[in-house]
Write a protein that binds this ligand. Sequence first.
Ligand code: OGA
Ligand code: MN
Length: 299
Amino acid sequence: MAITIRRIHPTFVGEVSGIDITQPLQNHQVQAIEAAMHEHAVLVFRDQPLTDQQQVAFTRHFGELEVTLAGQLAKPEERRFQQLELGDISNLDVSEKLRARDDARRMYALANRLWHSDASFRAVGAGYTLLHARVIPSKGGNTEFADMRAAYDALSDEEKNEVEALICEHSIVYSRELVGLAVKSDEHADKLKPVPHRLVLTDPTNGRKSLYLSSHIGAIQGWPVPEARAFIRDLTEHATQRQFVYAHEWRVNDLVMWDNRTVMHRARAFKDLQEKRDLRRTSLKGVGLALSRRLQAAG
Ligand code: OGA
Ligand code: MN
């Protein structure tokens, strides 16, 4: 079976066929997917009935798995699955019941409705994230992706110049502040401190630049905070215009894989107090991001 990829948006997103990702991959298949990620930034695999273990095994082909901060912050008895590499992206509690309106975990997850890049609040943010759909609501609950390479390319030369050397400060505290939540943790205080990332990243394999934007940004080094916030808001508005956006309408057993260095994403609303939605997430450390930062710092 040969892998084939069909572009489903004018600038990014490929739908992959001719591969069974529930089974261990061969090297050439891993390489084909890696290459496709650099080209399309988001890949959609349909009809892949992955178990939790199979999703973790598929993800491992591409690098070292991350453990989410949400998972670490949750008490073991409040987790639906104990495997920390598997993120629980659902509106369900341990007894598989819908979470209540004022449920702390539900409120925390509502920040996923803001455009973001996963784990950009870490010194090394996430590289790929993979989401697998187990249960989907009858209506709504799409995930949207915005192409940060196309958004960069569409800037004027003057704007490109302005963003080139900027360094943003990212923290989970900033994104939760935007939805009115205060994140505090004595145990994890170090994980809440802002971390710096370049605003413009370069993919070393093809030289393409992208805007590394995220709801986790709260400051720009050397700028007054209100000016930085207004600037990031404007840039985010530019970068998420409809022509840069793909809306994924989930089907059960879809797996969507994206690169957090080249796209932003957000969850869309659904009747989450009435209907179940259960997605499982794995993500990888974005080692290439550290690389591109070093390259740029040197250059
Ligand atoms: C995530 C996320 C979006 C969604 O899992 O990182 O942002 O639609 N999910 O659930
Ligand atoms: Mn996310």
